[in-house]
Design a protein around this ligand. Structure first.
Ligand code: EPU
Length: 302
């Protein structure tokens, strides 16, 4: 979708929103799949309620992009514009055991920055790609920890209230790859309370998690992490593997040879290739095990 209306462009300028025309989502997602649209980069959180009203007045649909690491976007010209937070400087401010982090901050860099200041707890998240906002929305987790455990406060744009609010950690429910945020709420910033730990101990934990990840996941390839959530008490990857589906392909969309719950873009996969592969694998797992796998990957299709 292209923004051409000059009044709208002037309105965006006035809000300090940068317009990037014809942005390729394939270049902004870890899967390397997705069509093109205009991207609006937001420099001031406080402009968001005005921006949303402006877009609605001009009947421009929008979606909010984090780091693009758990996302499968449709092909071709996309029917909505993309909103994304610009990264502020600084992204992280520490005060004792509290880390105030902007949602646009890179998750891995946040973990290492806190580690260097002797704040631990998030070692398991080190290899998880994406932004802090994305991790928060999905309650990202790995190796026995999840980000929600450390959340004390969240600043967000509440779509239903049409305003920016601060929620305390206790007001939010964090479950396995799920939170109580509404789908169109936008994460803006978070305060984490992290346990004190010597840097060298945190580093040791980080090294162990990195090694586990390297030995079991296809890190160098284009993927969106795990495609399916694990059903209670079971592993989607193990089930897919047991069916001998590693290497199964639709075009360049392929079930990873290394971890069967990672589907990789081995070249120029289209969104349709990936969606066909997902539905094929889901169908086979359901037939064999009677379990209907739920997507972990977020799909933006028309
Ligand atoms: N397994 C297989 N074959 C495979 C993959 C896994 O037999 O192809 C077996 C493993 O040997 C193991 C079991 O399945 O016995 C579980 O595998 P793994 O430890 O790799 O964990 P997972 O359940 O597949 C989850 C998360 C990952 C996270 C790891 C480590 C989900 C859907 N996945 O994977 O998160 O990194 O644990 O904590 O919850 C993600 O969310 O995108 C993600 C990658």
């Amino acid at each position: 979708m292209r923004i051409e209306d000059s009044k709208l462009k002037t309105g965006l300028d006035a809000l300090g929103v940068d317009l990037h025309s014809g942005t390729s989502l394939a270049e902004r997602t870890s899967l390397g799949i997705g069509g093109t649209t205009d991207l609006l980069r937001i420099t001031k959180h406080e402009s968001i309620p005005h921006l949303i009203s402006l877009l609605e007045r001009h009947q421009v649909p929008y979606k909010f992009l984090g780091g693009g690491s758990n996302l499968l976007v449709g092909d071709g010209e996309l029917p909505w514009v993309i909103l994304q937070l610009a990264r502020p400087d600084p992204e992280i401010v520490l005060a004792g055991n509290f880390a105030h982090v902007d949602a646009a901050a890179d998750l891995g860099r946040t973990v290492t920055y806190c580690a260097k200041h002797d704040l631990g707890g998030m070692e398991g998240l080190i290899g998880v790609p994406g932004t802090v906002g994305g991790a928060l929305r999905m309650n990202a987790g790995a190796y026995g920890m999840q980000i929600g455990s450390y959340v004390r406060e969240v600043k967000l744009y509440r779509a239903a209230e049409r305003r920016i609010e601060i929620l305390r950690g206790q007001e939010i429910s964090f479950e396995y790859r799920h939170t109580s945020f509404a789908p169109d709420d936008m994460m803006l910033a978070v305060t984490l309370e992290l346990p004190s730990k010597p840097f060298k101990d945190i580093l040791q934990g980080i090294r162990i998690c990195n090694e586990k990840r390297r030995s079991s996941q296809p890190l160098g390839q284009k993927s969106a992490g795990c495609i399916f959530k694990n059903p209670p008490g079971s592993s989607a990857g193990r089930m897919i593997d047991e069916l001998g589906l590693k290497g199964l392909s639709v075009g360049d969309a392929r079930v990873s040879d290394r971890h069967a719950n990672f589907f990789v873009n081995a070249g120029c996969a289209s969104a349709n290739d990936m969606l066909t592969l997902i539905s094929d694998v889901r169908g086979r797992v359901e037939k064999a095990f009677g379990v209907r796998l739920e997507n972990e990957v977020v799909v933006w299709n028309r």
